[in-house]
Design a binder for this molecule. Structure first.
Ligand SMILES: [Zn+2]
Length: 192
């Protein structure tokens, strides 16, 4: 039987941090580290787990990656990741997977994410054993704005210091990549 436990898909990002603030019980939350994470991303996951008292952290991302996973085509990478998360959730008896992806007001991207979730769930339910009791996939941040994500992060009490977002490999965020430009603006909202 599945349990009320949730498997939260995490790469240590501010979005994963925001989704973690929505989980009411740390003892019912399992963090699942996505594949091919950097050392900085892994340590952000550790900081988030310690801050929120989550003692179960699993997933392929805990192992140092020999090479970075290919980023495209995006929907295939996301589908593959969700299949892996579904299997992990099944083994951990989690009734729910939390995928903290955000599309804001981008209706095309929202539809794309919903379609990926539907397709993955559909393939899983082709197995009769899975059909009635398989875990469900939720995307609670999908239509959140940056302001709402910032509010969630602020509500967690640990601020952006718990997260990692830079695409670079340096010890500190580079400040110049796309992710740094985006999240530094959110950081100002969290601090405001
Ligand atoms: Zn950067």
């Amino acid at each position: 039987m599945l349990t009320p436990r949730r498997l939260l898909v995490t790469d240590g990002s501010p979005l994963a941090l925001a989704a973690l603030t929505l989980q009411e019980r740390a003892d019912q939350t399992i963090l699942w580290a996505t594949p091919a994470l950097s050392a900085a991303q892994r340590s952000a996951i550790e900081r988030q787990a310690a801050h929120f008292g989550v003692d179960r952290v699993v997933g392929p991302g805990l192992e140092p990656a020999s090479d970075r996973a290919p980023a495209s085509p995006r929907t295939i990478a996301e589908g593959r990741m969700l299949f892996d998360a579904l299997l992990a959730a099944w083994h951990c008896r989690c009734g729910r997977i939390i995928w903290p992806c955000q599309a804001g007001h981008d209706l095309e991207r929202i539809a794309q994410v919903q379609e990926v979730v539907l397709c993955v769930g559909h393939v899983a339910r082709l197995d009769p054993a899975w059909r009635t009791v398989g875990p469900e996939i939720r995307t609670p941040l999908l239509d959140c704005t940056d302001e709402q994500v910032a509010d969630l992060i602020a509500s967690g009490g640990g601020g952006m210091a718990l997260a990692w977002w830079c695409e670079g490999q340096a010890a500190a965020p580079c400040g110049g990549c796309g992710a740094c430009r985006h999240w530094s603006a959110v950081n100002r909202l969290v601090a405001a």
